[in-house]
Ligand binder design. Structure first.
Ligand SMILES: NC(=O)c1ccc[n+]([C@@H]2O[C@H](COP(=O)([O-])OP(=O)(O)OC[C@H]3O[C@@H](n4cnc5c(N)ncnc54)[C@H](OP(=O)(O)O)[C@@H]3O)[C@@H](O)[C@H]2O)c1
Length: 400
């Protein structure tokens, strides 16, 4: 069947989905786009469609209806989805895209679900040519595409890739939505009930084609440290347990172009001052308390009751105050490169709407030559996506 649509956005009526729909509506005035918003509630879709300042089709569908999402996957070049938790709602749609040869992007940070999708659909997607790209938001584009961009710059300057890249997540401000909380709790609940999930979450190469192939993996940071290149305190970063696995999967899928010994680490950073040290101690303690709480069903229920509910998230004013910055340090022998990525928008929503929106446009409209499979943003879209994000106002550039 010849696709009559370029792109279908699932989850469009949710908190993040609405922001992505607004982003695509504005983008469709620059780039001709035949697109549709999809959701399970006709009324919510109608309200959203009326609010968008651009023509868009509307599809009423339940993402759990395999036959219906299969028919939609066959009539579009690409699918973009924010219908999460993905472990609850995502499998049928991702599988339908792999089967139909339809490109796909999402916002998941649910590691155990991504592993299941790799095991179930990677080979089929390779055969059909479908680029199935998880984690096209703040998890994990800054890490994945950032590291790729750092290596391009390092090679251009020094003729060889860095054998070590550290990403330091620094000055960042943003809020959290109900779907993000529900997805985090979904992973915690699965880990509670399943030893295999716990084992997977602890494996630094959990998303590699072969998770057990590296005998001496880089372990996640567990304590406060010091970065001598940037002269900043470093502390464990709660998203590193997902982002580092995406970066390592991308490197493995690309055939280890930076060497089998390449090391990628990810931390948070605070300034070299008494206040910076106090922040480091405070964050580390807070994160340890949160990790303790989500492992206890009763405390997890209390957290779920007090946190934002599905459909809720930061106010427009809160989003407007948001920003994020990641500093990269790349090294090999005496060679050093400092690099920065960032945006003047809140990471999880304003900036994520740009990252996911541009990923969807890139998959739907750009001439890409990457193979199909369950891949990462840098593997599927590399320089094309980098150019798009820079045009959208994100920074990816050498520093100093
Ligand atoms: N990677 C990142 O940086 C990042 C950033 C933001 C969000 N996220 C992730 O994105 C996901 C969405 O978060 P959110 O806060 O936007 O969630 P949300 O507001 O709860 O939205 C979820 C969407 O899924 C839809 N949905 C649920 N079940 C469905 C079904 N059976 N059929 C059709 N649609 C269905 C909901 O439809 P209704 O409107 O009808 O309820 C809603 O549109 C979460 O997994 C979150 O972790 C990731």
């Amino acid at each position: 069947m010849t696709p009559d649509l370029d792109l279908v956005l699932f989850g469009a009526t949710g908190y993040t989905g609405r922001l992505v729909a607004e982003y695509l509506a504005t983008a469709s005035k620059r780039e001709p786009l035949r697109w549709a918003i999809a959701g399970r509630s006709r009324d919510k879709l109608e309200t959203l469609r009326r609010s968008l300042a651009a023509p868009v089709d509307m599809i009423v569908v339940d993402v759990l209806d395999g036959a219906a999402v299969g028919a939609i996957a066959r009539r579009t070049r690409a699918v973009c989805t924010t219908a999460g938790p993905f472990a609850k709602y995502g499998g049928a749609l991702l599988g339908a895209c792999a089967e139909a040869g339809t490109h796909y992007c999402d916002l998941t940070g649910e590691l155990q679900w991504v592993r299941r999708m790799i095991d179930t659909h990677h080979e089929r997607a390779r055969a059909t040519g479908a680029r199935i790209v998880n984690s096209c938001g703040f998890d994990s584009i800054p890490s994945d595409l950032g590291t790729w961009a750092v290596q391009q710059e390092f090679i251009a300057r020094h003729g060889i890739p860095a054998d070590e890249v550290t990403a330091l997540y620094g000055e960042t401000s943003g809020g959290m939505s109900g779907g993000t909380v529900a997805s985090g709790l979904q992973t915690a609940t699965e880990a509670d009930h399943d030893r295999e999930v716990r084992r997977l979450l602890a494996n630094p190469h959990a998303l590699d084609p072969d998770p057990d192939a590296i005998p001496d993996p880089v372990r996640d940071e567990a304590a406060i440290g010091w970065n001598r290149d940037l002269k900043m305190f470093t502390i464990p970063f709660f998203m590193a347990g997902f982002n580092t696995r995406i970066v390592r999967r991308g490197h493995a899928l690309a055939g280890f172009p930076w060497g089998r010994d390449f090391r990628y680490r990810e931390v948070m950073s605070t300034p070299a001052s008494a206040r910076g040290l106090a922040m480091a101690v405070g964050f580390t303690g807070g994160m340890a308390a949160l990790a303790f709480a989500v492992k206890r069903p009763w405390l997890r229920d209390q957290l779920a009751k007090r946190a934002p509910q599905p459909g809720e998230g930061p106010t427009p004013e809160e989003r407007a105050r948001g920003h994020w910055k990641v500093r990269f340090v790349a090294r090999r022998d005496d060679h050093r490169l400092r690099y920065e990525a960032g945006d003047r928008a809140d990471p999880g929503y304003g900036s994520t709407a740009k990252m996911l929106g541009e990923s969807a446009l890139c998959l739907a409209l750009d001439p890409l030559d990457s193979p199909g499979g369950v891949v990462t943003p840098s593997v599927a879209m590399g320089g094309r996506l980098l150019d798009r994000l820079r045009r959208a106002g994100l920074t990816f550039a050498p520093a100093g």
